[in-house]
Design a binder for this molecule. Structure first.
Ligand SMILES: Cc1cc2nc3c(=O)[nH]c(=O)nc-3n(C[C@H](O)[C@H](O)[C@H](O)COP(=O)(O)OP(=O)(O)OC[C@H]3O[C@@H](n4cnc5c(N)ncnc54)[C@H](O)[C@@H]3O)c2cc1C
Length: 402
C-alpha cells in the first residue's frame, strides 16, 4: 500500500465522511434526474475540497495532486459524477492556469474554483477528437485581443461551468497561423460563448456534455493563457497540464470500481445459495481475489503518477506514468465493475442496485481524456524515444526534416 502521511490519511477520512454522508445518498437521484449535484458541490466547497491545488498566495490550501486524488477516489466510490467534479475543480484547467496564467488570471480562476466552479476545458471538435491538433476553431488577432469562431463538442460541464479554457488555432493580424493557444472565457460574461446541444450519455448522467460554440467571441489580451514557449509550442505545453486531469480521470474509474468491489464483497458474505454464503465457493473467492489484485495495482499506479513530476521541472505528473496509469486503471476498472455485477447475479442487473449505474459510469474512462489506444501510443513514443506521427505523411515529413 502506498504510504500516505498522517495528514493525507486525515484528509482521506474527511473526504470519506462527506462522500458517505452527503454524496452517496443522492447518487441514484442524480443519475435518474440527470441533474447537476449542486448540493454535493456545496458540500465539497464547505469541506475545502474545491480549489485544493490553488497555492496559498491565491487563497487556496496548496494541496498536492495526490491529495486531490484521495478526495476524488472517495467521492467516486459513492458517485462518479461528484468524483468528476472533484477532478475538474482541483486538476486540469485550473492547474494549467496556475502554472501559466498571469497573477490576474490566477486570481480570477482561484476565486471561481474556491467558490465551487468546475472549469470546462474545450479541446474536442466534431472533426478533431483523438487528432486534437487538427482542431479548426480559430482565434484571429484584433487589436490587443482575439476573436474566436468555431465549435467544440463533448464539453463536460457545458451550461454549468463558468470558467472555460478554450483551445484554438491562432492567427496574427495578417492571417498567418501562429500555433494553438489557450483562451479564458466566462459563461454569461464573455459575449459569443454559446452553450449548444446536450449529448444524452450512457452514464455519468448528472454532468452535462454539450457543444460549446464561439460566435465572434471577443477576448482581451488579459484572457490569453500564454505558456512560456508562446503559441508555437504552446499546445504541447498546455496539453502537458492535462496530465493532471488524466490522472484524475483514472482516479474516478478507480473509485467507481472500488465502490463496486466493496459492495460485491459484502454481498457475497450475505447472499446464500446451496445453504451457504456464496463467498464460500472457490469460484467466487478467486473472482474477488482477482478484483482486489487489479484494484491494488491500479491504485499504486495512480498514486505514483499523481505523486510524480514530468521532466524539465514540469509541475505536472509525468506524461508516461499518467498515460500508463490511465490505460491500466480505466481498462481494469471496467472489468472489476463488470465482475461485481456478475457476483450480484440478477440483483446486479436491477436499476435499484448502484452496480448497474457504476457499470455505465465506469465505461467512459477508456475514451475521455485520451483513448486507451492513443495513450498506448503516448507510452510507446516515450519508451522508444521516437516521434510516432499518426498522419499518413507524418513519417515522410519527419524524414524530410532530418
Ligand atoms: C463523457 C466524455 C467527456 C468528455 N469531456 C471532454 C471535455 O470536457 N473536453 C474536451 O475537449 N473533450 C472531452 N471529451 C472528448 C474526448 O476527449 C474524445 O472523445 C476523445 O479524445 C476521443 O475522440 P473521439 O471521441 O472523437 O474518438 P475518435 O478520435 O474518432 O476515435 C475513434 C476510435 O478510433 C481510435 N483511434 C483514433 N485514432 C487512433 C490512432 N491514431 N491509433 C489508434 N487508434 C486510434 C480511438 O482510440 C477510438 O477507439 C469527452 C468525451 C466523453 C465521452
Amino acid at each position: 500500500m502506498w504510504q500516505l502521511t498522517e495528514k493525507q490519511l486525515d484528509l482521506q477520512a474527511r473526504a470519506r465522511a462527506v462522500a458517505t454522508e452527503v454524496v452517496g445518498p443522492r447518487a441514484a437521484e442524480v443519475d435518474r434526474t440527470e441533474s447537476y449535484p449542486w448540493e454535493n458541490v456545496e458540500a465539497l466547497r464547505e469541506a475545502g475540497m474545491t480549489g485544493m491545488t490553488v497555492p496559498a498566495e491565491f487563497g487556496g490550501p496548496g494541496h498536492s495532486f495526490l491529495d486531490a486524488v484521495l478526495v476524488v477516489e472517495e467521492m467516486a466510490k459513492q458517485c462518479g459524477v461528484t468524483g468528476r467534479i472533484a477532478v475538474e475543480a482541483n486538476m486540469g484547467a485550473i492547474s494549467a492556469i496556475m502554472a501559466y496564467g498571469t497573477d490576474d488570471q490566477r486570481r480570477l480562476a482561484a476565486g471561481l474554483v474556491l467558490d465551487g466552479d468546475k472549469p470546462a476545458i474545450c479541446i474536442t471538435e466534431p472533426g478533431a477528437g483523438s487528432a486534437a491538433s487538427m482542431m479548426t476553431t480559430r482565434a484571429d488577432r484584433r487589436g490587443d485581443g482575439y476573436v474566436l469562431n468555431g465549435k467544440k463538442h463533448w464539453i463536460t460541464g457545458g451550461g454549468v461551468s463558468r470558467l472555460h479554457l478554450v483551445f484554438a488555432r491562432v492567427f496574427d493580424e495578417h492571417g498567418e497561423e501562429e500555433g494553438i493557444g489557450g483562451f479564458l472565457a466566462i459563461r454569461d460574461e464573455t459575449p459569443g460563448l454559446v452553450i449548444g446541444r446536450r449529448e444524452p450519455t450512457m452514464g455519468l448522467r448528472g454532468i452535462p456534455e454539450t457543444e460549446v460554440l464561439f460566435e465572434d467571441m471577443a477576448v482581451g489580451a488579459d484572457m490569453v493563457l500564454m505558456p512560456p514557449s508562446g503559441f508555437g509550442r504552446g499546445f504541447a505545453e498546455l496539453m502537458n497540464s492535462y496530465n493532471s486531469q488524466r490522472v484524475g480521470a483514472g482516479t474516478v474509474a478507480l473509485g467507481l470500481a472500488t465502490g463496486a468491489y466493496e459492495r460485491a464483497l459484502a454481498y457475497t458474505k450475505e447472499r446464500e445459495q446451496f445453504d451457504r454464503p456464496i463467498a464460500e465457493f472457490q469460484g467466487v473467492q478467486w473472482m474477488l481475489a482477482d478484483m482486489s489484485i487489479r484494484l491494488e495495482a491500479a491504485r499504486s499506479l495512480t498514486y505514483r503518477a499523481a505523486d510524480s513530476h514530468g521532466p524539465d521541472g514540469s509541475p505536472f505528473p509525468d506524461p508516461t506514468l499518467a498515460a500508463q496509469a490511465k490505460v491500466f486503471t480505466s481498462e481494469n476498472c471496467i472489468d472489476v465493475a463488470n465482475d461485481a455485477l456478475q457476483l450480484f447475479g440478477a440483483a446486479g442487473y436491477s436499476r435499484n442496485n448502484p452496480i448497474e449505474r457504476i457499470c455505465r459510469d465506469v465505461r467512459m474512462f477508456t475514451i475521455g481524456g485520451g483513448t486507451a489506444q492513443i495513450l498506448r501510443t503516448v507510452v510507446a513514443a516515450r519508451i522508444l524515444d521516437m516521434k510516432l506521427p499518426q498522419t499518413r505523411d507524418g513519417f515522410q515529413r519527419l524524414a524530410d526534416r532530418s
